[in-house]
Design a protein around this ligand. Structure first.
Ligand SMILES: [Mg+2]
Length: 509
């Protein structure tokens, strides 16, 4: 199959729509036209953009996302609905049900599509005459959308004017390479060496295309040299991003969306649409909450998963959102968008004429700082993981737990609230229960535990620590030092090490 990490089809139905998929016993999708990105390559944000633009009934994305790809790697199939966003559970469940009762399928071996030739190709297939396959430029529709959102003249001045900054963008061998080359280098004038690993590869060059400090270590090391003012990395399908400043200054994803929120008027799109609301996933740090409060904007806290943001956007309630897992986006499409986030940051740099580090430090001075970290304990014995969670739930539900004080080092935290996060969608009223155990302290600091994948390969326990500090003397201190007391308290309350035998997390982000 060509382009393991990006073979994208958009389906235009002869009849049928999203709601038909929800009907029992109806098989109504007769697809007469497919739209495919040239050479089978298209980023996830571009897929969302094109679905919306051509009013397709949906899109199919074949992608390993941020995981290792290729014959021995990951491979996923995503279905996005006509809004351009990931299909909600009601639809994926229905697809699964139908898949179990399929009686037969047919293959047209003679139907040979030239994926490299832009234009329409038509075929005579039994029911469809003609059946149309349209190969489109993978970048153009998406680039056109970005030109409407951002001030390209200002960005061009920033990247190639007399006082230009130097940027380093790492596509990590994923599909976003051609987008970076065309938009940032060709159109905005950044030199060719600002973009690296831009040829999409089926196995991502044997690497793990996850834009974080561990897997984008090459970029981090290059940035430490001081030659570049701004750096960013993207995941395999281009929806995630990591932002770095000069000398490798790391912008935490929770801070990234907060900075964009606080400087949202630097982006012309929001000057036109106004700011309808801000949102973050529950485990994401409360940095965005501080912005929403100060600027009197509505703030939504949702379960993890972009579909929750999409619902709010479709209802006109949400403009900007982010997740701690390196996802940032807005209501211009219905997916997170790595390159959009980078142009958002560059717009802020162009407006404020400050370095990434100075912008971040000014932000903390103004709003306080949420020190944040996530510990992943992977492949934990499922029984042990469940026992730990049971123990934690029992501890948290004890009457005396709320109000209890916990100390570590010179810090003392008092429990204000303890629960298992539950979300009622303000649009459709649907309730999502059991989204993660939260211990919230009186200063806004939080400890969160989430358990996932209790299968044969074991469970993953994720521990999130969100420690708020408003003392200007302390906000520049080493995050690991600042987070240590709350990590210690989290491990004590949960007895994670005793219950699971695990002394160290497998991944720290
Ligand atoms: Mg992805």
């Amino acid at each position: 199959m060509p382009g393991m990490n990006g073979w994208r089809n958009f389906c235009e139905p002869i009849r049928g729509n999203d709601s038909d998929l929800m009907q029992p016993n109806s098989v109504v999708f007769l697809i007469g036209r497919l739209v495919i990105g040239q050479n089978g390559i298209m980023s996830t944000p571009a897929v969302s953009c094109v679905i919306r633009k051509i009013k397709a009934v949906g899109g199919i994305i074949l992608t390993a996302s941020h995981n290792p790809g290729g014959p021995n790697g990951d491979f996923g199939i995503k279905f996005n609905i006509s809004s351009g966003g990931p299909a909600p559970e009601g639809i994926t469940d229905k697809i699964f049900q139908i898949s179990k009762s399929l009686q037969e399928y047919h293959i047209c071996p003679e139907l040979k599509v030239d994926l490299s030739a832009i234009g329409k190709q038509t075929f005579d297939v039994d029911t469809f005459k003609p059946f149309t396959v349209e190969i489109v430029d993978s970048v153009e529709s998406y680039a056109e959308m970005l030109r409407d959102i951002f001030d390209f003249a200002a960005l061009k001045e920033l990247l190639s004017g007399p006082n230009h900054i130097n940027v380093r963008l790492d596509a990590m061998h994923g599909v976003v390479g051609p987008y970076v080359k065309k938009i940032v280098c060709e159109e905005l004038g950044s030199p060719a060496n600002s973009a690296v690993n831009c040829v999409p590869s089926e196995d991502f060059g044997g690497h793990h295309p996850d834009p974080n400090l561990t897997y984008a270590a090459d970029l981090v090391n290059t940035m430490k040299g001081g030659e570049y003012d701004f750096g960013a990395a993207f995941d395999g399908d281009g929806d995630r991003n990591m932002v770095l400043g000069k000398h490798g200054f790391f912008v935490n994803p929770s801070d990234s969306v907060a900075v964009i929120g606080a400087n949202i008027t630097s982006i012309p799109y929001f000057q036109k649409t106004g700011v309808k609301g801000l949102a973050r996933s529950m485990p994401t740090s409360g940095a965005l909450d501080n912005v929403a409060k100060a600027l009197k904007m509505q703030l939504y806290e949702t379960p993890t998963g972009w579909k929750f943001f999409g619902n709010l956007m479709d209802a006109g309630k949400l403009s900007l959102c982010g997740e701690e897992s390196f996802g940032t986006g807005s209501d211009h499409i219905r997916e997170k968008d790595g390159l959009w986030a980078v142009l958002a940051w560059l717009s802020i740099l162009a407006t404020r004429k400050q370095s990434v580090e100075d912008i971040m430090k000014d932000h903390w001075q103004k709003f306080g700082r949420n020190f944040f970290t996530r510990y992943d304990y992977e492949e934990v014995d499922s029984d042990a993981a469940n026992k730990m969670i049971d123990h934690l739930q029992t501890t948290m539900s004890a009457k005396a737990f709320v109000g209890q004080k916990f100390s570590s080092g010179d810090k003392t935290y008092q429990v204000e609230k303890a629960d298992n996060f539950e979300y009622t969608d303000p649009v459709d009223g649907s309730v999502s229960k059991g989204q993660g155990l939260r211990i919230i302290f009186s200063d806004g600091s939080r400890i969160i535990f989430r358990l996932s994948g209790t299968g044969s390969a074991g469970a993953t326990i994720r521990l999130y620590i969100d420690s708020y500090e408003k003392d200007p003397q302390k906000i520049y201190q080493d995050p690991q030092v600042m987070l240590a007391p709350l990590v210690d308290i989290a491990l004590r309350i949960s007895q994670l090490q005793e219950k699971t035998g695990r002394t160290a997390p497998t991944v720290i982000t």
